[in-house]
Design a binder for this molecule. Sequence first.
Ligand code: HEM
Length: 372
Amino acid sequence: MNTFKVLRTAARLGGAARSATHAPVARSTLARRAYSTPSAQPAKSNKHWVGALIGGGIGLGLAYYVYSPTPVGGSVGPIATTDIKGEGQQHSDHAPWKKVDYNQVYKDIAEVLEENAEDYDDGSFGPVILRLAWHSSGTFSKADGTGGSNGATMRYAPEANHGANNGLGVARQKLEKIKAKYPDLSYSDLWTLAGVVAIQEAGGPQIPWRPGRADASENKVIPDGRLPDASKKQDHVRDIFYRMGFNDQEIVALVGAHAMGRCHPDRSGYDGPWDFSPTTFSNEFFNQLLNQEWVVKKWDGPMQYVDKPTGSIMMLPADMAIKEDKEFRKWAELYAKDEKRFFDDFSKAFSKLIELGVPFPEDSPVIKFQPL
Ligand code: HEM
């Protein structure tokens, strides 16, 4: 199934036109697991709690849990739990976020990524769901603390209708059934967790995630213009991401998410994927950016680049800035060479992104989900 999808994607993207230069890409894609088929196992008794106290000396009151949706070797039940709030805390506190089985939510989201996706884009809703998580978080401003994933204000028309959010209704709609099943789960927790599932189930790094965001009313809607404009270059990209509190290295790592998904003429105006395996999370964005020959696409649409050999993959002007800017390029070169380093840095930066400005409850655990 995974192989089928990757092959189908490769066929759609390159077909006969794919040159020998791209063969290693296809091979590495096949070797890597792209989308996993959700486990047929019932959900019962598969939650592992591996408690390891973090920051004990800091007194944050944080318990650190590991959820394992599919236990290896069939082991069941809690392994260990450390809750420095003390016995009974989880049962006595009825905050809605504490009533949710995140292990099961993870599995349900993973199913949604592939459900009825056969005829959608490259066969997965993962990329557009990842984009929803990013756009709901990337509105943060460190100057006044407004924006960010807390609140999920993109539910309201004024923010949903921002040009940058075109097409994200698809992702919001797909996740509605999860929200209906888990009324205690906030949209802001749902959308951010869905981004984590999309990355991990596409073969990307593990992303630590915390619950406890709360949805806001419409008066918290963010003004337009906080997300990056793809037609602009490094100065603009820095303005946008520095406003959130990111540095150059984190910016480059984050934009590496363009390994996944594609541009849609009816959404952003741009057209095409960034690499030949757009349902796989990898460092391919950097490999293509640096090693491919790019030419300006000849068409009536907005200025973008396509690869010279096949014309089937693309780069945005803002992506190209990463190659052109000396400081950005340094990180892109590192990530193209060292996928593990990219995964580590991306994981940290993405965790930070989805937590920007969130006033987490003191006892909200950091959860690491195992991919299915
Ligand atoms: C300079 C910063 C960025 C710019 C200018 C930018 C711009 C864009 C544009 C124009 C699209 C095409 C939308 C469409 O037509 O459907 C897109 C798609 C996408 N972006 Fe970005 N983006 C940026 C950063 C990021 C970051 C930080 C992430 C995640 C961490 C991300 C994840 C994605 C994904 C996964 C898609 C594919 C969506 C799909 O397939 O439907 N982008 N981006």
